[in-house]
Design a protein around this ligand. Structure first.
Ligand SMILES: [Zn+2]
Length: 826
């Protein structure tokens, strides 16, 4: 079974902006439904007119082309390199377009997309369309229809699209009906909610509480589209968790842990279990749990002066005092006296002997004449500092404010200064040959449950290795890297000073935001500091404002904590899986996770095989979470994070997936749980009471249930590493003679990506990829109107290629797959 290095430069593949998704049938789409039911009128002259995909450099060219009489109404969208769209043209007009500088992306006159694969946003341009329905019918497609139960209550989640969804006047309404079991009629019509993001219609979606499991649903749009679909199970029938083994040990973590506790336990584990564990130290020390000492003096507004020590507070800054001194005589110049750590600013006086120094003058004097004690002094915020500074009542001590512990902070001193982050590596064979899994917790300081969840998972591995077969298999077949807290400075600040701290403690702020009242807002959002789809590249969701909660940093990878992650995955290139563990939300994410707001251009969608593998893995992981106390992460909270939630520019997942081909998950643990007593979902928090209600919001319960999920992720990785089985695939319907146009699609035996051609050439990794009809939907349907031969191969998530075909070089055996759809001429 041939294995390819499957990370086929995802970013370099055709700039397919819009589409993809799901896969091998988790969605509720009814195989006999939409494609069979929709009527289609054929174009009058299919020989001479074609629909082609085009790319224009920008609005100027669009104006020019439109002025020349081309009809470009259909499917225009912004892409990073300009504007893409479709044009209905003759061969002659293609030449004309090309002469105007228009790039014709695809023009393949053998087959056409059916209109199920058409319309809506971001249709994949991987092929071309020979024909196009001249009368575009409103259609409805079901992306998901999922049933689940939690704590005795049933729920139906429905996601459906209408091709008219973007229409604003009037907005298209959608209704869903369901049956009450096999053979029962549709009823219980409910209105669906339209989900629009960044100006783009996404889909309609709703979660409904139901007492009886329906088998089918019917979705109707106000413009006349209608379709039916089959209801699937979501996380039903979860297999028994590892904890079902009576001798299995769990429940090790007894409360929240600050970074010192986490790191010292990690080192202890490495000492106790040297045959399966070790510590890897990350090379870049953090910028430190430390701050410069500060004071704001001299008055308010224009008279205020902000003074900041050159030394860190704990390295002498906190010993500095500053005094503004009034003197009795007239017409004295401004002077500064420094004795030890005491700085005395002798204020200037006017002719009447009154103080006459402005805030700007005093700040300048402090900065330049304090013998190096004060290296940053300025007026308050954006003031010019034109006010006259008032004398202080005496010496004012500068402080870093880190001794002011918040109520309820743990006992003990917090080590000041930079921290070295240990990585706890667990695996029997740590030789780089087993698939590596990186568990990275607490990028965001206030998220305490991710750290305990990760520690609990590590404890379960080492304690059960000798006694539990399943755990032994994990330890022997994976190479696991735990970063129990990736933001120790911020985490300490969250534990000891300011519970809601999110970012690290690096202050990149200019003077306007550098006064001590802003100190709880400084820092970089580590999960916005990476290089792919970053705010620096124009993606949405990262801020350039240093006091914003999502401040992205002055440049990509500006922070040691994010540099370390890149170092780790480059040094240990066997790392193929990653989970960035956050709280709280009850969500499981992957790519795309960021978009450019103008046009809602996402990072490239993963190929269909990856998408299907993500869904399959998610179902395994979340089933194990559910097995603990029936917590259900709902399907509306699973998928590409920017598809279901929002764009987070420069997040770690985008970088690791697109740069290194790592399956990179993002997890929001905690979050909503269903409360049968009230009939409502109850939200979580960043630091839920550890021993809160074990059925509702509790740090302990969340730690235990999400540790189940992390353990399952290890099993996913172990299975992936052992996957040597080639995928198989088929075209449905296959080879044959047909009396009229046929709708065909591909199916694979497991999550796999298909590369195909229809032009007689042998398929390669550069050939079009079989894509989803639209994101979060199953694979597209081709409407074949003329005899067409498909040539293809499939590649599974572990890189195995169907029939051992080698797409990278001329292979005399040509053992790719083929099927010819022969359409009889009338
Ligand atoms: Zn977070």
């Amino acid at each position: 079974m041939r294995h390819i290095q499957r990370r086929i430069a995802l970013l370099a593949l055709p700039a397919l902006v819009g589409s993809i998704l799901v896969a091998t049938g988790p969605a509720g789409a009814d195989p006999t439904g939409p494609s069979a039911a929709t009527s289609r009128s054929q174009p009058e002259d299919r020989e001479s007119v074609r629909l082609v995909q085009i790319r224009l450099t920008g609005a100027d060219m669009l104006d020019k082309v439109a002025a020349a009489g081309f009809d470009l109404e259909h499917g225009l969208r912004r892409v990073p390199t300009g504007i893409e769209g479709e044009a209905v043209v003759t061969a002659e007009q293609v030449t004309e377009l090309t002469a105007m500088g228009v790039e014709v992306l695809a023009d393949d006159a053998g087959f056409a997309w059916s209109d199920q694969a058409d319309g809506g946003i971001g249709v994949d341009a991987a092929g071309a369309r020979a024909v196009q329905p001249s009368n575009h019918q409103a259609t409805v497609r079901i992306a998901r229809a999922d049933w689940f139960t939690t704590k005795g209550q049933g729920f139906l989640y429905v996601e459906a699209r209408t091709t008219e969804g973007q229409q604003a006047d009037p907005i298209v309404g959608m209704q869903v009906e369901n049956d009450s079991g096999k053979g029962t009629p549709f009823g219980f019509a409910r209105t669906m909610s339209r989900f629009v993001d960044s100006g783009q219609y996404m889909f309609h979606r709703n979660l409904f509480k139901l007492d009886t499991r329906p088998t089918r649903i019917q979705v109707t749009s106000s413009t006349g589209g209608v379709t039916t679909g089959v209801v699937s199970n979501w996380l039903e029938n979860a297999p028994p968790p590892l904890t079902a083994n009576p001798s299995y040990k769990s429940d090790f973590v007894d409360g929240y842990k600050h970074p010192q506790q986490l790191y010292s336990r990690a080192k202890e584990i490495a000492r106790q279990y040297p045959d399966i564990a070790e510590i890897v130290y990350l090379p870049n020390q953090t910028n430190g749990y430390q701050r410069k000492a500060q004071a704001q003096l001299g008055g308010t507004g224009q008279a205020a002066v902000v003074a900041t020590s050159a030394a860190w507070g704990h390295e002498g800054g906190n010993e500095i005092t500053v005094e503004f001194v009034d003197r009795p005589d007239a017409n004295l110049p401004l002077a500064v006296e420094v004795t030890g750590k005491a700085v005395r600013v002798l204020l200037a006086t006017d002719a009447a002997g009154a103080p006459a120094s402005t805030a700007t003058q005093v700040a300048d004097a402090l900065r330049t004449r304090s013998a190096g004690l004060i290296d940053r002094a300025h007026p308050y915020r954006t003031n010019e500092g034109s006010g006259i500074v008032a004398p202080t009542a005496g010496p004012v001590a500068l402080t870093d404010f880190l001794d002011q512990k918040r109520v309820g902070a743990p006992e003990g001193e917090v080590p000041r200064g930079p921290a070295t982050i240990p990585v706890l590596r667990i695996g029997k064979h740590r030789d780089g040959k087993k698939p590596g899994v990186l568990i990275q917790a607490q990028d965001h300081a206030r998220e305490w449950v991710p750290a305990t969840t990760s520690l609990e998972s590590a404890e379960r591995l080492v304690h059960n290795y000798r006694s539990d077969r399943e755990t032994k298999k994990i330890v022997e077949n994976t190479d696991i890297f735990f970063i129990l807290s990736n933001n120790p400075d911020g985490a300490n600040y969250s534990f000891y000073n300011f519970a809601s701290q999110r970012k690290n403690m690096t202050n990149h702020c200019p003077d306007a935001s550098a006064d001590p009242a802003q100190r709880n807002s400084w820092g970089v959002d580590l999960n916005r500091n990476y290089r792919v789809g970053s705010g620096h590249d124009g993606y949405a969701g990262g801020s350039t404002n240093c006091v914003s909660g999502t401040y992205q940093g002055p440049e990509e990878l500006s922070e040691p904590e994010s540099k370390n992650i890149i170092w780790l995955v480059e040094k240990y290139s066997n790392i193929k899986f990653m989970m960035s563990v956050h709280s709280n939300g009850g969500q499981l994410f992957w790519q795309p996770g960021a978009y450019i707001a103008d046009g809602r251009i996402t990072t490239p969608r993963p190929p269909l095989g990856d998408e299907a593998f993500y869904w399959q893995s998610a179902a395994r992981i979340l089933s194990q979470v559910k097995a603990h106390r029936e917590t259900v992460v709902t399907p509306e909270n699973v998928g590409g994070s920017s598809d279901v939630l929002y764009s987070s520019a420069g997040n770690v997942r985008e970088d690791l997936y697109y740069t290194y081909g790592i399956y990179a998950f993002g997890w929001e643990v905690g979050g909503s749980v269903y409360n049968p007593a009230t009939g409502n979902w109850q939200g979580g928090s960043f630091q839920p009471e550890w021993t809160g209600n074990p059925e509702l919001v509790s740090g302990h319960a969340e730690t235990m249930e999400y540790a189940n999920g992390i353990m399952e992720m290890f099993r996913v990785a172990a299975d992936w590493g052992k996957d040597k089985k080639d995928p198989t695939s088929r075209l449905i319907p296959g080879d044959g003679k047909y009396r009229g146009p046929v709708d065909v699609r591909f199916e694979t035996s497991e999550p796999a990506t298909i590369y195909y051609t229809t032009d007689g050439s042998r398929p390669t990794l550069e050939s079009p990829r079989y894509a989803a009809t639209e994101f979060r939907e199953p694979g597209q349907v081709f409407h074949v109107t003329e005899t067409t031969t498909f040539r293809w191969f499939s590649v599974d998530s572990a890189g195995n290629i169907e029939k051992n075909y080698d797409p990278t070089k001329k292979d005399k055996r040509n053992n790719y797959r083929t099927a010819t759809i022969t359409i009889a001429k009338k």
